[in-house]
Write a protein that binds this ligand. Structure first.
Ligand code: NAI
Ligand code: MG
Length: 351
């Protein structure tokens, strides 16, 4: 059945990855109707936000290029479409320029809670908290709210969203186990310090994984876990993290396999999913045409699977892997001299 996909090319260098990537998707000849928006710089203010939301509502999925704030829709794609699980695979392939001596076999997935934590964006002048008469657990004293220049941010962790992300992680770990994976869920956050918020997150994840006797479970305080990602990434399978740590550590994890150019993601809800690279809009390489489109293409591969085009997804993944094995048409971040367009041309040649 025909599917409808909204394409938001994004800002800065992001469209330079999205546009040739879309050429690759077209070459796959899948039954998808692409609803394309212009890059963020070309938008007419005001009007476009509503049009984007309508297009998203009428679509089966969205492929999103990173934004520096000009492209609208990311807030709607997350909170409007209730996409609670941000899935970020970290998988090394032959030809990826990893800084590690032995990157072979790195294959894990970060499941990042996508809707809450500090990303609700509730920040206030500190004196606004005075009526709550808060007490600092660290000092044992009432919180001094007299500093007018100080700011506070609200971190919210709910049982509902933690459980949804944890359930998603468990089902993913099970399906990976069936395909030969480790069958393990790792939870990490700062539950020793933030006993109420991260403590709740840790407890709910632990309870959820306990419902799956086929799965192993481990948990680490997030500072130690940051070291473990670097020193023993091969031990990981499915990692579940609150929003902020998940955001930060997925960039670090991308560094393990060779950088942000190689890191895809998908954001899944019960009724909708959208797909975007882990990286931002890469303003420092805007206009050079050298942004690595692999992250966008691998996100599109995840989207094809979500939409039920499994064999096209497999062809795409296989063709990307081939280009890295050949090593002749790689972008500068991977040690090559190819442009994004040339890279995508090589992928098309290998489809
Ligand atoms: P960034 O991810 O855009 O770039 C970090 C570094 O990695 C830069 O040196 C960039 O050139 C490089 N890089 C990123 N993707 C690459 C690729 N595919 N190929 C080759 N090199 C690549 O992060 P930065 O610079 O911190 O943020 C830039 C803008 O992006 C900011 O406005 C930020 O708010 C936004 N952003 C948007 C996101 C989104 O739309 N989901 C996510 C993260 C950041
Ligand atoms: Mg990020």
């Amino acid at each position: 059945m025909s599917k409808k996909v909204v394409v938001l090319p994004g800002d800065d260098a992001a469209p330079e990855a999205m546009e040739p990537a879309l050429g690759v998707l077209r070459a796959l000849e899948v039954d998808i109707d692409f609803v394309e928006f212009p890059r963020g710089e070309q938008w007419i203010a005001g009007q476009t936000g509503r049009e984007v939301r309508q297009a998203i509502d009428n679509s089966d999925s969205t492929l999103f290029g990173a934004t520096s704030g000009k492209t609208q829709g990311i807030g709607y794609l997350r909170w409007g479409k209730d996409t609670f699980a941000n899935v970020r695979p970290v998988c090394w392939h032959q030809g990826y320029r990893s800084p590690l001596k032995n990157p072979e076999g790195i294959d894990f997935v970060i499941v990042r809670e996508n809707l809450e934590d500090l990303y609700l964006g509730v920040e206030v002048p500190l004196p606004a908290l005075a009526p709550a008469h808060l007490v600092s657990r660290s000092t044992g004293k009432p919180l001094d709210t007299s500093n007018e220049g100080a700011r506070a941010a609200v971190k919210v962790i709910t049982e509902k969203n933690t459980r949804r992300a944890a359930e998603f992680a468990c089902r993913l770990a099970l399906s990976r186990k069936q395909a030969g994976g480790k069958g393990k869920v790792t939870c990490s956050c700062k539950y020793n310090m933030l006993r109420e918020t991260d403590g709740l997150f840790r407890r709910v994840v632990e309870e959820t994984v306990a419902q799956y006797p086929e799965l192993k479970y481990e948990q680490f305080i997030v500072d130690d876990f940051a070291r473990r990602i670097v020193q023993s990434p091969h031990d990981l399978d499915v990692v579940v993290l609150p929003n902020l740590y998940g955001d930060i550590l997925s960039d670090a994890a991308a560094g393990l396999i060779g950088g942000l150019g190689l890191a895809p993601s998908g954001c899944y809800g019960d009724d909708y999913a959208y797909f975007e690279a882990v990286h931002g809009s890469a303003p420092d390489i805007k206009g050079l045409g050298i942004i690595n489109p692999t992250a966008t293409l691998l996100s599109a591969e995840m989207m094809l699977n979500y939409l039920g085009f499994a064999s096209a997804a497999k062809r795409l993944g296989g063709a990307i892997a081939k280009v890295y094995e050949q090593g002749r048409t790689l972008t500068p971040d991977q040690g090559g001299h190819a442009s994004a367009r040339e890279f995508c041309g090589a992928v098309i040649d290998n489809l």
